[in-house]
Design a protein around this ligand. Structure first.
Ligand code: NAD
Ligand code: UDP
Ligand code: UDP
Length: 310
């Protein structure tokens, strides 16, 4: 199959491209390099089954493919809040264009949605049935609300046009090829620890997240796309292991052998207090669950950043 990945030069997109090529598919990566980088996929550029197109998904795209993974969107709060209007445009207009493409070609399309659709949740852990608690006018809204509209669009193309859709709600994912300046917590803590600077804890550090290693996520995305029961989702994909940011910081300090200290900063507005996926649906429908424990995934990620910063 020839498979299109929008956001294919990003962190998750580059791992997905690599895996799909390994499965014998042709891959077309589409990216405008807003947060991604050619460096993430430079090892694939010599592969005749891999093609890279510089393109912004807010504009129409006419190509011929057999399946689409729609990943184009900045994912780090620092980056998606840098140009919030563009974030909404990418997620809404980008979704419309990718859905229009899928509709013309009558091919399946997967949406990289997010646990952010649950906002600052009142239900814990979060099952797919929970509708979420999102501030529509806060600084995170450009991402949260745009991802929610994208889900609406996916389900309306499904109901109105009979499109074959797959919606994955991705929970915090980490691993090699996150950008050193990405701004998300795992890469921040590792880079800060390796440089010997203070680890920046936002707020008191008691807020929680559940961290999924990128290889596990990629397996889940492919399992959802290739699922023979045509499950449209939404399906939560994440690792239920839940940690406070203080726990994560001390684990990173221990594993890097760093002498870094912790430094508290203001908690950003609307920062969710707790987050943990309920993955019963993914287990039941996809036969998927994550395999890589946090300590194991951090070890690989730390080695990656060591080689990058050397
Ligand atoms: P990333 O920032 O590394 O990758 C996103 C990619 O999309 C980048 O290569 C970027 O250049 C590209 N992009 C952005 N705007 C674009 C546009 N207008 N046109 C074309 N390309 C564009 O982030 P990631 O972690 O790899 O995230 C990939 C997807 O998964 C995103 O949609 C994100 O919302 C979703 N997601 C990720 C996580 C996570 O923890 N990694 C969690 C939930 C959802
Ligand atoms: N589109 C695209 N590539 C295609 C087909 C459509 O980029 O191969 C875009 C085009 O910009 C269109 C949008 O997808 O406006 C939505 O397509 P759809 O067919 O749903 O609606 P239209 O706007 O054409 O009525
Ligand atoms: N965070 C932190 N220090 C950092 C970066 C983030 O304490 O240097 C916190 C942030 O406030 C949030 C959590 O870590 O509570 C996860 O943040 P991230 O930006 O990785 O993703 P989010 O899940 O908030 O989208």
């Amino acid at each position: 199959m020839r498979i299109l990945i929008s956001g294919g030069a990003g962190f998750v997109g580059s791992h997905l491209a690599e895996r799909l090529l390994g499965h014998g598919h042709d891959v077309i990566a589409v990216d405008n390099y807003f947060t991604g980088s050619k460096r993430n996929i430079e090892h694939l550029l010599g592969n005749p089954r891999f093609e890279l197109i510089r393109h912004d998904v807010t504009f129409p795209l006419y190509v011929e493919v057999d399946a689409i993974y729609n990943l184009a969107s900045p994912a780090s709060p620092v980056h998606y809040q840098h140009d919030p209007v563009q974030t909404t445009k990418t997620n809404v207009m980008g979704a419309i264009n990718m859905l229009g493409l899928a509709k013309r070609l009558r091919v399946p399309i997967l949406q990289a949605s997010t646990s952010e659709v649950y906002g600052d949740p009142e239900v814990h852990p979060q099952p797919e049935e929970y509708w979420g608690k999102v501030n529509p006018i806060g600084p995170r809204a450009c991402y949260d609300e745009a991802k929610r509209v994208a889900e609406t669009l996916f389900f309306d193309y499904y109901r109105q046009h009979g499109l074959d859709i797959r919606v994955a709600r991705i929970f915090n994912t980490y691993g090699p090829r996150m950008a050193a300046d990405d701004g998300r917590v795992v890469s921040n803590f590792i880079v800060q620890a390796l440089r010997g600077g203070p680890l920046t804890i936002y707020g008191d550090g008691s807020q929680t997240r559940s961290f999924c290693y990128v290889d596990d996520l990629v397996s889940g995305l492919i399992a959802l796309m290739e699922n023979s029961s045509n499950e449209p989702g939404p399906v939560n994909l994440g690792n239920p292991g839940e940690f406070t940011m203080l726990e994560l910081a001390s684990l990173v300090v221990e594993m890097t052998g760093s002498s870094s200290v912790l430094e508290h900063r203001d908690l950003p507005a609307d920062d969710p207090k707790q987050r943990q996926p309920n993955i019963e649906k993914a287990k039941k429908v996809l036969g998927w669950e994550p395999k890589v424990a946090l300590r194991e995934g951090l070890s690989t990620t730390i080695s990656y950043f060591q080689s990058q910063l050397a």
